[in-house]
Design a protein around this ligand. Structure first.
Ligand SMILES: [Zn+2]
Length: 100
């Protein structure tokens, strides 16, 4: 974006790259904008901005997956499951489950 700050001071600011260049007239600044927009640095910056949501989603998914894995290890992997039958009639069978 090119703007005039004051007399003989024109400023170009690239919205994606945070690059600011000042010049004495509009044409100088416009030429810099022309070269900058076609430069590799600006292209890669644009590419990064385009890909950034995908990267953020991937990182969030990976974090969530690691979190669930840690939670699973905390909750299930270290504590053995209770050695009890699902059938309540077997629980009442005192010969096998804690009776005399
Ligand atoms: Zn740029």
């Amino acid at each position: 974006m090119i703007r005039k700050e004051r007399k003989a001071r024109w400023v170009y600011t690239c919205p994606t790259c945070d690059i600011t260049v000042a010049g004495p007239d509009q044409w100088t600044v416009y030429e810099f904008q022309w070269h900058h927009v076609r430069s590799l640095a600006h292209g890669f910056e644009q590419l990064g901005h385009a890909i950034q949501p995908v990267i953020d989603a991937y990182v969030a998914a990976a974090r969530a997956l690691a979190g669930t894995a840690e939670q699973f290890q905390k909750d299930y992997a270290l504590i053995p499951p209770p050695n009890l039958p699902h059938d309540p009639s077997l629980l009442r069978d005192r010969r096998k489950w804690g009776g005399r």
